[in-house]
Ligand binder design. Structure first.
Ligand code: GLP
Length: 268
């Protein structure tokens, strides 16, 4: 794992955008998988700068990491709408190439169909991930199997409470369940890019990156992946014990990304 700690969330967004841009620069038909939530929003905004400078996203295929069950895709807080707003329109992706799990159909068929669509695309080159304050990955809540596939999950009270800010603060309007790529599905992406900012993520990040592998912290599953980059602001990294080592080990890499991101390969 390459764990990068930067002073501010804005800097994690810049570096994260450079890494995503490098993937698309190498392959204009890249398959990317997109998290939603507040963590990747600044990264997507920074990616817009690359698009404005001429990076072409029109042939990129996208997969959403998850989607609420029971929200119409036209609902402003459906992840279908969020990704249209934050990714598809600003980066000029072809809307027909953005796939989102079906939150209105039969989950028993929608989940396997989504995994088949990912496989049929050739597989995800880069999976962009946030981390829940309770350690969830996508909507894989604590207790999710590391082998899980795309499926329906019941959201925890903590997650619904964390996300009610997107629903006007009204807990009753936050859906109780969601479709999410499974942890096994996520781990099949060729590279993972994890972004977390803020003190409220510090405990989950400490457990995920330096704690034991455990379904109690679904994000700890990223330790099993051979190519993971984790971008943290100082507050989110506060619970890590090896911060000095990560800084020393990654200083030269970070300098290269800052200097010339487009030629950089994501490496573990
Ligand atoms: C959300 C999403 C996840 C996201 C996580 C963290 O509910 N389903 O994909 O990574 O929870 O959210 P945020 O970045 O807003 O803290």
């Amino acid at each position: 794992m390459r764990i990068i700690v930067l002073p501010t969330a804005a800097e994690t967004a810049q570096i994260g955008a450079a890494l995503v841009a490098a993937v698309v620069d190498r392959n204009s038909r890249a398959v990317l998988s997109f998290a939603t939530g507040s963590s990747p929003e600044p990264l997507y905004a920074a990616l817009r700068e690359h698009a404005d400078q001429g990076l072409d996203f029109s042939e990129v295929t996208g997969f959403a990491l998850d989607e609420y069950i029971g929200l119409d895709p036209t609902h402003p807080e459906s992840y279908h709408s969020v990704l249209a707003r934050d990714v598809v329109r600003p980066l000029a992706l072809d809307p027909a190439r953005m796939n989102v799990p079906d939150g209105l159909g039969d989950p028993d068929t929608a989940g396997p169909a989504y995994d088949r669509a990912i496989a049929a695309s050739g597989g995800v080159a880069l999976q962009i991930l946030g981390v829940g304050a309770n350690g969830h990955l996508g909507f894989n809540e604590p207790g999710s199997s590391f082998a899980s596939r795309t499926r329906e999950v019941t959201l925890t009270a903590r997650t619904r409470d964390d996300n009610r800010r997107f629903f006007g603060g009204e807990l009753a309007t936050v859906p109780g369940s969601a479709m999410t790529q499974g942890i096994g599905t996520i781990l099949e992406a060729r590279s993972l890019l994890v972004v977390a900012n803020g003190a409220h993520k510090a405990e989950a990040i400490g457990a995920a990156l330096e704690g034991p592998l455990s379904s109690s912290c679904p994000t700890s599953a990223v330790q099993l992946h051979p190519s993971v980059t984790v971008l943290l602001d100082a507050d989110a990294a506060a619970g890590l014990t090896r911060r000095d080592y990560y800084a020393e080990a990654n200083a030269a890499w970070l300098e290269r990304v800052r200097a010339w991101p487009a030629v950089l390969a994501l490496q573990s």
